[in-house]
Design a protein around this ligand. Structure first.
Ligand code: M6R
Length: 612
């Protein structure tokens, strides 16, 4: 949560910083601010509310500074207010800091600083950071060019928790310092100028060359140089990485909202994720992986661990792993997994799924699994993200930047990648040859079938118009369709604020059917030929009780039974979520639009959840 941006160069920093924040606003949007180094010292401009409000702050246009840091906030400690907004300064206004993350021991440090004469003006955990830097700076008797860097290093040694920090000081008008631990931060290398951001898309229009910092590494940026240091301030070398995404892929390109654009990008995202890894005639290849038949045969268990939508992709992955590879597979919510003392040893493979690669609970679960001796594999959409740097192995979805808070193309790309991973395992194990062959053929046809599926947009929009004022919506499915029901219920509540719940259709009679009353909307997904009749029977039970029904199916059902039937192309049921979820993504989108809500930035949410 929270987005940070930094600039050091020869141009006016403030418009670059605000522009960067606007692109990062999906990470948090309850307050925003910038700090620049001006001729007469540090200038701090901030307020609660959206980033665009910064344009109205008196004096913002007069800023001349060419070095600056900036922040868009998702409140953790302290309500959204001007005082709690970043950047923060120390009492002497010598150091300014923006922070993404949570300082867990801030109470203890605040007391220490208060005892040493410091005063606090906000309720944030962050305000201790500039003051602690000031404390160490003052204590240091050496007056060399690394004095500020040493103060920052000593400060970081005292901090517990997660942080991505940018620091500027009135004592050094030509440098900026950045450091990170368990929170995202990338450094963009320009020509005579350098950039900082929480993620790559926000600064893609300036550069394609990036440096990534490991935990507790420091970077000292000047206009035409970047020096890197390890935890003890020994100089280290870093390789620049070139990113292939282009700036246009992070823009709306004529769509009203990022979410709608990202829903429509799914055929391309799936095509790119399949890439050259899969072909009908050859074995599925993952150059990044070297799992042997003996290793896979010896596995007692696979864990698929993730949060939110990524966890729902994991549920589809479980069906495929168990059926194709016959390896027991469990799906865990990362925030539960990390505290439930899971049974893990060297015969366990732990797979972590995260679009952003920065989700705090997923990273913590990964670290725990490594400590317990399991091999770890990360699935992420962001090259070089924290999770991929921690894991033993990493493979990538190639969905391109996903900006809307509600995940769409990342989910379908994760499902297709998990299907290919299951195929790779099955081929290595020499299992399920016939099923694998069929599945490969179906996967290769998915981009075309997705294009076909997207044609339901107008009918879905009309159904959305009928139900947008409802208070409750229920989603039902069996088998893999139940995983899509869960994902669709999450999507609807996230962006439309309608209460939505999902149930395995067979569970209805065991309780939830008590909630069904006249006029309520029940949406069901039916793509598994073996289960379709059973689900139809369950739906008839709710129709009898007055429910309005929408059915998403690729089977021949009696359309007269239901209010609306959306027919999607047939495919192997393992990968059917990639098609069946699409009408329901569109439904959530259009309901949110009908209600006049901010689709891309729903209330209380942030794109990447980098705190516990
Ligand atoms: O970046 P991640 O995939 O780790 O994010 C996990 C969840 O926070 C994310 O999927 C969330 O549930 C989305 N807002 C769902 O649309």
């Amino acid at each position: 949560m929270c987005g940070i941006v930094g600039y050091i160069g020869t141009k006016k920093a403030s418009p670059i910083l605000i522009n960067g924040l606007l692109r990062l606003e999906y990470r948090g949007y309850d307050s925003a601010g910038i700090a620049t180094i001006e001729k007469d010292g540090l200038s701090i401009m901030k307020d609660k509310g959206r980033v665009k409000n910064l344009y109205n702050l008196p004096g913002i246009d007069d800023l001349e500074g060419t070095i600056g840091i900036a922040h868009t906030r998702w409140a953790t400690h302290g309500k959204p207010s001007k005082e709690n907004s970043h950047p923060h300064v120390d009492n002497s206004e010598s150091f300014s800091v923006v922070h993404n993350g949570i300082i867990e021991n801030y109470n203890e440090l605040r007391k220490f600083l208060t005892d040493n004469g410091y005063t606090f003006y906000s309720q944030t955990d962050t305000e201790i950071v500039p003051n602690l830097i000031h404390y160490y700076y003052n204590k240091d008797e050496n007056d060399d060019e690394q004095k500020i860097l040493r103060a920052v290093k000593n400060t970081c040694k005292d901090l517990k928790g997660s942080f991505a920090l940018e620091i500027i000081s009135k004592y050094d008008k030509d440098h900026m310092i950045v450091v990170r631990k368990d929170s995202p931060l990338v450094i963009g290398k320009g020509d005579g100028e350098n950039y900082i951001s929480s993620d790559i898309p926000a600064i893609l229009s300036f550069t394609r060359e990036f440096y990534l910092l490991n935990d507790l590494e420091f970077a000292l940026l000047s206009r035409d140089d970047i020096k890197f240091y390890d935890t003890d301030l020994n100089p280290i070398d870093k390789k620049v990485q070139t990113i292939e995404w282009n700036a246009a892929s992070a823009e709306k390109e004529g769509y009203e909202d990022y979410m709608l654009k990202e829903i429509h990008e799914q055929p391309t995202a799936i095509r790119e994720t399949i890439g050259a890894k899969l072909d009908e005639g050859t074995k599925c290849t993952f150059d990044e992986l070297d799992f042997t038949k003996d290793y896979l045969k010896g596995l007692h268990k696979i864990y698929l661990v993730a949060c939110g939508t990524a966890m729902h992709a994991g549920l589809a992955g479980k069906c495929m792993m168990e059926r194709l590879c016959r390896i027991p597979t469990e799906v865990d919510i990362a925030s539960e997994f990390r505290y439930r003392d899971p049974i893990i040893d060297d015969k366990t493979l732990c797979i972590f799924i995260s679009q952003s690669g920065e989700t705090a609970d997923t990273i913590a679960a990964l670290k725990l699994s490594k400590q317990k001796g399991a091999k770890t594999l990360a699935i992420s959409n962001v090259i070089g993200s924290s999770i991929t740097r921690e894991a033993d192995y990493s493979i990538y979805t190639h969905a391109g930047p996903e900006i809307a808070v509600a995940s769409t193309k990342a989910y379908t790309s994760q499902v297709v990648l998990l299907a290919m991973l299951a195929i790779y395992f099955a081929e290595t194990l020499e299992e399920s040859e016939v099923e694998v062959l069929n599945l490969k053929k179906e996967i290769l046809e998915l981009p075309k079938k997705l294009e076909e599926t997207l044609k339901c947009e107008e009918r879905i929009k009309a159904f959305g118009h009928r139900i947008y004022q409802e208070k409750d919506v229920f989603f039902l499915g069996r088998g893999i369709d139940e995983t899509v029901a869960r994902e669709s219920a999450l999507k609807l509540k996230e962006i439309s604020y309608i209460h939505a719940d999902s149930y395995p259709a067979g569970e209805l009679k065991h309780g939830p059917i008590a909630l069904i009353e006249n006029g309520i909307t029940v949406i069901s997904i039916m793509t598994d030929p073996k289960l379709v009749e059973k689900t139809v029977s369950n739906i008839q039970e709710v129709i009898t009780r007055g429910a309005k029904t929408l059915v998403i199916t690729n089977q021949d059902v009696d359309a007269k039974l239901f209010d609306t039937v959306i027919r999607i192309p047939e495919t192997d049921s393992f990968v059917s979520p990639i098609l069946s979820v699409v009408p329901l993504q569109l439904l959530s989108y259009y309901i949110s639009k009908e209600k006049g809500l901010d689709v891309d930035k729903p209330r209380n949410l942030a794109k990447s959840v980098t705190v516990e």
